[in-house]
Design a binder for this molecule. Structure first.
Ligand code: AMP
Length: 216
């Protein structure tokens, strides 16, 4: 199953993908995570990417497409994947179509997790992630760890991402509406779009996603 998760930052793409990858037994691939993993590289490109991310801007399409292409052509993604954070622009969506065609595959579905901007801001402002594994995500109110500031899974210290500060968050939400929202029409025209209301507890959203996937 080849899935794309879409939604404004804070809609719960990462949280849902982390659950779905175990239920569906396919890897969860996040473009933001691929970029964050570059932070230990001391190259001009890596430094440029870190600056762009800290500002809440988008990394150029050619760099993004290249890094995602390398990841989704790895053996563990052969039977499927959950893409989270990519594509975010029309050129990225077209590049993904071309890449899927090269692989002799088609996307199964594009899951749009819908919430209001106000709810998104509230969720992001309480978001914390684990310093040992960035896919372990918590929220101070909605999904708190058992011990404040400590990851339930591996004991890692929890922290707030630099680009989850208010100024970056506003930019990322504006960028979603301007550049990424039009992709919903692109995928609707291809008959791939499914919308799930994400304004609910985590488990209910997961069941909603699995229900729409089953019906396809
Ligand atoms: P995320 O974790 O998805 O919020 O991504 C964090 C940051 O990585 C974004 O604010 C962008 O700077 C960069 N990034 C992630 N995915 C993309 C993408 N598909 N296109 C461009 N930039 C991206």
């Amino acid at each position: 199953m080849y899935l794309v998760m879409m939604g404004v930052q804070g809609a719960g793409k990462g949280t849902q993908a982390a659950v779905l990858k175990d239920r569906l037994n396919i890897p969860h691939i996040t473009s933001g995570g691929l970029f964050r993993a570059m932070k230990d590289q001391d190259t001009p490109l890596a430094r440029q990417v870190q600056d762009i991310m800290a500002r809440g801007d988008l990394v150029p399409d050619d760099v993004t497409i290249q890094i995602v292409r390398e990841r989704i052509t790895q053996p563990d993604a052969k039977a499927g994947f959950i893409l989270d954070g990519f594509p975010r622009t029309r050129p990225q969506a077209e590049a993904l179509d071309a890449l899927m065609a090269d692989l002799g595959q088609r996307l199964t579905a594009v899951v749009f997790l819908s919430i209001s901007d106000e709810e998104a801001v509230e969720r992001i402002s309480g978001r914390q992630q684990c310093s040992l594994d960035e896919k372990h995500i918590y929220h101070k109110l909605y999904n708190p760890p058992q011990v404040a500031g400590v990851c339930d899974i591996d004991g890692g210290k929890l922290f707030t991402r630099e680009d989850d500060q208010p100024e970056s968050v506003r930019k990322r939400i504006a960028s979603f509406h301007e550049k990424t929202r039009p992709l919903l029409d692109y995928y609707a025209e291809q008959g791939l779009l499914v919308e799930v209301s994400a304004d609910k507890p985590i488990e209910e959203v997961t069941e909603g996603v699995l229900r729409v996937l089953e019906s396809r």
